[in-house]
Ligand binder design. Structure first.
Ligand SMILES: C[S@@+](CC[C@H](N)C(=O)[O-])C[C@H]1O[C@@H](n2cnc3c(N)ncnc32)[C@H](O)[C@@H]1O
Length: 237
């Protein structure tokens, strides 16, 4: 995991993964499904491939995004010239944004590169710039098959040496941020591009309400078979 904290690692890694990542847009649809009508200005933190940021803007959302890796920021500005001004190079520990500048902020896979101490610092900055709700998506520590799959892959590729989170891991972080557990909604998402919400996306049935109903209706039924946990912290105002 330590290599995933190194900017030089990401500068090289994005040469390898940037284009490939653009092909899997499921997470942007999950976020789009949960955005409320009064959430107008959105921020993606540590956007990596900037794929979610791009799709959300295409879907009519007003989304901004940053990463601290020069290489991927350069690539994103080149691939998405129409949204150049919304892309920036910043460090998630301390950004240039105003307090409460964004109605909603999110990231996907970012916390998986870090231990709790650093995550809490990142979360404090995310809380500072976010007005209404913030989201974080992490790899699901309750899915043994998915963990084993990553364990195999990480022997050859450090990208897969990502941290998985259980519900308890998440509650520990939430507690450290002085957020009430009742204000956190957790949704197991990601069905290997095949089932449930992923099947809908595959079939082009991507409207927000359809995807949201599908995810909400599952409750925790698919905790042990979903790839990720999408966590939304509410009532920040
Ligand atoms: C797992 S990737 C995120 C992938 C992204 N969600 C996507 O869909 O492409 C983690 C990202 O965090 C970025 N990162 C790591 N530390 C950071 C920091 N302190 N500030 C901003 N970005 C950081 C890395 O450059 C990398 O792009």
């Amino acid at each position: 995991m330590i290599e995933l904290q190194d900017k030089e690692y990401w500068n090289t890694a994005w040469d390898k993964y940037f284009d490939h990542y653009q092909q899997d847009l499921r997470h942007a649809y999950y976020i789009n499904a949960f955005l409320n009508n009064d959430e107008h200005k959105i921020l993606e933190i540590a956007a990596g491939s900037f794929r979610d940021f791009h799709l959300l803007n295409k879907l009519g959302r007003n989304c901004f995004a940053f990463d601290y890796c020069e290489n991927t920021v350069k690539k994103a500005k080149k691939l998405f010239p129409q949204y150049q001004e919304k892309i920036s190079l910043q460090n998630a520990f301390s950004t240039s944004y105003q307090d409460k500048e964004f109605d909603f902020s999110y990231h996907n896979g970012f916390w998986g590169c870090f231990e709790n101490e650093q995550i809490i610092q990142f979360a404090k900055e995310q809380l500072r710039v976010t007005k209404k709700r913030f989201a974080f998506t992490v790899h699901n520590g309750h899915n043994p098959e998915f963990i084993q799959y990553f364990d195999k892959l990480k022997r050859y590729d450090v990208l897969y040496a990502v941290r998985f989170f259980t519900l308890n891991d998440i509650y520990q972080i939430i507690n450290a941020l002085d957020i009430e557990i009742e204000n956190v909604k957790i949704y197991p998402v990601g069905k290997y591009k095949k089932y449930l919400e992923d099947e809908l996306i595959l079939q082009g049935k991507t409207d927000a309400q359809t995807i949201r109903n599908c995810i909400e209706n599952q409750k925790f039924n698919n905790l042990f078979t979903s790839e990720k946990l999408l966590c939304i912290v509410e009532n920040l105002e």
